[in-house]
Design a protein around this ligand. Structure first.
Ligand code: BTN
Length: 245
């Protein structure tokens, strides 16, 4: 990952940028990193906003020989890799908030957005975009309580190039080691770093709000929830509120 590394000063969204290159046949492992995004995209149609150089915003493109249904393991695997890289590089006790945020305490540090292009039930390419709040010193009032950065959490600036290399190395290592799957080892590590598991969660079912306990994550990256009547339910999308974080 990153042998073909494209460094951009300003772009709409690194995910969208790679989508165009992907359609034009760019090589497996291509990475696009931008100092500034003007149309940064988040999950569920949200926006990812950051001032120039405040966050590390990048995407990588893979051409895995897997079925579209197997793409669901890429985001948790990337989350695990980034979480391990941040812990190693900074010593911060960051954790994964299922499915794909990395948090410190109750505050978000990293967001991940995976998109894919598939044709006739075969994956053409998968793009995973990652935004890491790195040097942000001051968040807008509306997200101040919900977001943090490596700068704020460690109290200092750091070598962003070295850190970025560390993140890319971890992603490559995790993907190769686990053959792009949430292997038993990866799942064990993911679960032990996951702040959601063990907590009460609330999700919406048929328009109603249901409370359950998150008890684990399965190899497809789905959250296993135990309902009050002791039956289990797999949760794979939508919004889940985690109590306590
Ligand atoms: C989320 O938390 O909702 C996901 C945020 C993902 C943001 C990253 S920044 C790099 C890449 N390009 C985008 O437009 N989005 C992702």
């Amino acid at each position: 990952i990153g042998k073909n590394l494209i460094v951009l000063d300003e772009v709409g969204s690194t995910n969208d940028y790679l989508k165009k290159l992907g359609a034009d046949g760019c090589e497996n492992g291509t990475v696009a990193v931008a100092r500034e995004q003007t149309q940064g995209k988040g999950r569920l149609g949200r926006v990812w906003k950051a001032k120039k150089d405040d966050s590390i915003t990048f995407s990588f493109l893979l051409r895995p020989k897997i079925a579209p249904s197997e793409v669901s393991s890429i985001t948790p695997l990337a989350g695990l890799a980034v979480c391990k890289a941040i812990r190693e590089f900074t010593g911060l006790d960051c954790r994964i908030k299922w499915p794909n945020d990395i948090i410190i305490g109750k505050k978000k540090l990293v967001g991940i957005l995976t998109e894919m292009s598939a044709e006739f039930d075969a994956v053409e390419y998968v793009i995973t975009g990652i935004g890491i709040n790195a040097d942000t010193q001051d968040f807008p009032d509306d997200i101040k309580e919900k977001a943090t950065s490596i700068y704020l959490a460690t109290g200092g600036h750091f070598d962003k190039n070295k850190f970025f290399a560390c993140v890319l190395n971890h992603i490559e290592e995790e993907f190769i080691k686990n053959d792009l799957k949430l292997s038993p080892v990866a799942l064990k590590e993911y679960t032990s770093l996951c702040a959601t598991v063990g907590r009460d969660i609330t999700f919406t079912k048929n328009g109603k709000s249901v409370t359950a306990k998150a008890v684990g994550v399965n190899p497809d990256g789905e959250l296993i929830a135990e309902l009050p009547d002791k039956t289990t339910k797999l949760i794979n999308s939508g919004e889940v509120t985690v109590q306590g974080i």
